[in-house]
Design a protein around this ligand. Structure first.
Ligand code: ATP
Length: 305
């Protein structure tokens, strides 16, 4: 396997006595989308900011294409593109001026095509403060990638965006990945991460508590299958024990079971429906979602929106 593009090895960051990131390690390879997930305060932004050279680690080694972000900030700046959580953009700068400024900083021609690509071609003379939240995020992403950086770091790239804007940004991120760009992002949006990321690290209290592809993360863990059933007379609710079932709940007219032996559970449920002359309305057998797995790993420390 070729050398990783980004290496984080035994990385620790403290704020005073408080350890925000506690000895974490991960590697990201070229063309991968790597996601950091975790509840508020888990250490995601701190990790990204150290990779961006904005903060100095207290321990460990960070490297972006062989460059130490704190020691060699000048070399780093053309290697990475950064879309920050808060932009720090002057309120009265126009979209065109912002692109000119960022392009001049990186010594590349202004990328009006990118503004077009993110749907801001009609807003070139609009001041930053007059852009909607979604338009600001799109502009920030366009500015982050205007100099064609091989690595892009995105801190909650679609936070607060409507569905349409989110889908558009997802397609832009996938397009960048298709061009071989390596992307590291943090997000609270499980569907987004499940869709975009090749690999995920779940952070909790500054430590990586689980890592792997979305599929690996959802198939490991308790190994439970979710079975949801709805019948006309809800006779299955009477069943007190079911083979393989370790947890049960009810929601929106469904009885929901988490089972280690889904075939036996489903068979017993269907036999019961038949025996009592009930009618099956819906039956779903699903692998737990990333969201459910995340809640299992983090102990439900976050209400996911
Ligand atoms: P969120 O999802 O809310 O953005 P996060 O996972 O990005 O959270 P960080 O912003 O990295 O978390 O913060 C990690 C921890 O470090 C938090 O407990 C936070 O309060 C603390 N922290 C972050 N920045 C500072 C700072 N400048 N000074 C002191 N503590 C800080």
């Amino acid at each position: 396997m070729p050398d990783p593009v980004v290496t984080v090895h035994d990385f620790t960051k403290r704020y005073g006595d408080f350890t925000a990131v506690d000895d974490i390690s991960f590697e990201v390879h070229q063309g991968e989308v790597f996601a950091l997930l975790g509840p508020n305060g888990a250490g995601k932004t701190t990790t990204l900011e150290c990779l961006e050279g904005l903060r100095k680690p207290d321990g460990g080694v960070l490297s972006v294409m062989g460059v130490d972000p704190t020691r060699e900030p000048r070399r780093l700046r053309n290697l990475i593109g950064v879309q920050l959580q808060t932009s720090g953009m002057p309120d009265n700068i126009t979209v065109r001026e912002a692109m000119n400024l960022f392009s001049a900083y990186h010594r590349v021609a202004p990328r009006l095509d990118l503004l077009d690509r993110v749907g801001l071609d009609g807003k070139l003379s609009t001041q930053y403060e007059a852009l909607s939240a979604g338009q600001k995020r799109r502009l920030q992403l366009a500015l982050a990638v205007a100099h064609n950086p091989p690595v892009v770091i995105l801190d909650e790239p679609t936070a607060g965006l409507d569905v349409q804007s989110r889908v558009e940004l997802h397609s832009l991120i996938s397009e960048l990945q298709g061009q071989g760009v390596t992307i590291i992002l943090s997000s609270h949006d499980m569907a987004e991460v499940e869709k975009l990321a090749n690999r995920i690290a779940i952070l909790l209290h500054g430590r990586i508590v689980a890592a792997g592809s979305p599929r690996e993360l959802t198939t490991h863990g308790a190994g439970l299958t979710k079975i949801s059933i709805q019948t006309e007379r809800a006779t299955v609710s009477e069943l007190t024990t079911l083979p393989g079932v370790t947890q049960r709940s009810a929601r929106d007219g469904y009885d929901i079971y988490y089972s280690t032996d889904p075939a036996a559970t489903v068979l017993t449920l269907l036999e019961h429906v038949k025996k009592y002359g009930d009618t099956l309305i819906d039956l779903r057998v699903e692998r737990p979602s990333l969201e459910e797995r995340f809640l299992e790993i983090t102990g439900g420390k976050e209400a996911i929106s």
